[in-house]
Design a protein. Structure first.
Length: 348
C-alpha cells in the first residue's frame, strides 16, 4: 500500500510518501512552507504593490491570514471575500464584515466588473495536483492508494467560543480511554469541523482520512522505536501556537491537556505534567490560564518518559523532567505524517 500523508502546520507542511513494501526511512519526505504562510506572503506582496484584494476558494487555517488581511485594510486597501473563503477568518460572517471585509457571492470576480482590477488570491489548504507534480519529479511512477491529511480545527459553534467548543468535543470523544488512532476521521467528519470538511471536499474522490494535527503528532510519537517499548508515559507536542500533552498507558490515552505555548514556562509545564499523571488536573485551571482545557479519565501508574515533539520542544530542556525527543522514521519533522500513516493502517 502506498500512503501520501500531509501534516499542515502553522509554519510548514510536512509530507511523507510511504510505500509499505519499503523501509519508512527510505520514504520521500518534503518539508515545505505551509499554505497559510504562502498566502500571507502573497497578501503582503499585494499590500506593497498597493492593490485591492479579492479572495475565492475555501476555508483554511486563518490566524496569520487574518492578521495579514487586517494589515492590508489598515494600509487603506479594500478586501473582498467570497463566503466560503471568508469563513477562514471566522465562521460567523457578520464578524468578518465588521472587520471591514466585503462578503460577495461565488464567482463575483468573473461576473462583476467592479472587481476586475482587484488582485485575486485563492484560499485552500491543499492542492493535490501541485503536490503530485512535485513528488512526480522524484518518483516517475507516483501514485497512492490512500491519502491522509492533518490540520488543526477548533470547530465552530454559535453557542460558545472556539477554545470551549474544541475541548468540549475532545471530552465527548474521550469518554473512555482510547487508542490515539481513534481520533482520525474516515468519511465521518462532523459538519462543525469546517476546516477539515473543506479539505475533505478538496480531495473529493480520494476518500481521505483526516485527523487533527495535535493527535496526529501524539500518534506519530508513539511510533518511535524507543517510545514503542514504553507502556506508561506522556507525549507532549510543543507547537508554535499550541501545546498538547496526553498521558498514555496500555496503548490508550488516559488524559489530555492543551495550552497556548506562549503561556507556558518550564515550571508550569512540570506542574501540569505532574497533575496530568496523577489525574488531578482540572479543565478550569487550564482554561482560566488562557489554555484550551484538560480532561482526565484515569491517572497513570508512573511516567517512564515524557516524550516530546514539535518545533518548540527545546523548552523541555529547562525542566527537571526525564524526557525523550521522538523522531519516528528518524525525522522529528515527520511525526505528524507518521501518525497519519499509523491511523491509515489502523482504520484500513
Amino acid at each position: 500500500m502506498k500512503i501520501l500523508a500531509i501534516d499542515i502546520g502553522a509554519g510548514t507542511q510536512d509530507i511523507l510518501f510511504y510505500n509499505t513494501e519499503k523501509e519508512l526511512e527510505n520514504s520521500i519526505k518534503l518539508v515545505l512552507p505551509s499554505p497559510p504562510v504562502i498566502i500571507v506572503d502573497k497578501i503582503k506582496k499585494q499590500t506593497n504593490l498597493g492593490n485591492n484584494l479579492y479572495f475565492d476558494g475555501t476555508i483554511m487555517g486563518g490566524g496569520k491570514i487574518k492578521g495579514a488581511i487586517l494589515a492590508h485594510i489598515g494600509a487603506g486597501y479594500e478586501v473582498v471575500m467570497e463566503e466560503n473563503s471568508a469563513r477562514t477568518i471566522k465562521d460567523d460572517l457578520k464578524v468578518v464584515e465588521n472587520l471591514g471585509i466585503e462578503i460577495v457571492e461565488e464567482d463575483s470576480y468573473i461576473y462583476s466588473p467592479k472587481y476586475s482590477n482587484y488582485s485575486k488570491i485563492t484560499l485552500r489548504d491543499i492542492n493535490i495536483d501541485e503536490l503530485s507534480s512535485i513528488i512526480s519529479q522524484f518518483d516517475i511512477n507516483f501514485n497512492f492508494d490512500e491519502i491522509a491529511v492533518a490540520a488543526q480545527d477548533h470547530g465552530f459553534s454559535e453557542k460558545m467560543g472556539d477554545r470551549d467548543f474544541r475541548f468540549e468535543k475532545i471530552r465527548e470523544r474521550l469518554s473512555e480511554p482510547l487508542a490515539v488512532e481513534e481520533f482520525a476521521f474516515n468519511g465521518n467528519i462532523p459538519d462543525y469541523f469546517s476546516r477539515m470538511k473543506a479539505i475533505e471536499k478538496s480531495l473529493e474522490g480520494f476518500n481521505p482520512i483526516l485527523m487533527d494535527s495535535k493527535f496526529a503528532s501524539v500518534c506519530g510519537a508513539s511510533m518511535d522505536p524507543e517510545v514503542a517499548k514504553l507502556n506508561s508515559y506522556v507525549v507532549m507536542d510543543i507547537g508554535n501556537g499550541h501545546t498538547m500533552a496526553a498521558s498514555i498507558e496500555d496503548g490508550k490515552i488516559q488524559g489530555v491537556f492543551e495550552h497556548h505555548t506562549s503561556s507556558l514556562t518550564p515550571e508550569k509545564i512540570e506542574n501540569l505534567i505532574e497533575k496530568l499523571v496523577q489525574g488531578t488536573i482540572t479543565h478550569e485551571e487550564v482554561h482560566k490560564d488562557n489554555g484550551h482545557g484538560a480532561h482526565v479519565i484515569n491517572p497513570i501508574s508512573k511516567v517512564e518518559k515524557v516524550v516530546v515533539t514539535g518545533p518548540r520542544r527545546n523548552i523541555i530542556e529547562q525542566t527537571k523532567l526525564d524526557y525523550y525527543n521522538a523522531s519516528p522514521g528518524g525525522d522529528v519533522m515527520m511525526t505528524g505524517p507518521v501518525g497519519l500513516i499509523k491511523a491509515v493502517e489502523y482504520l484500513k
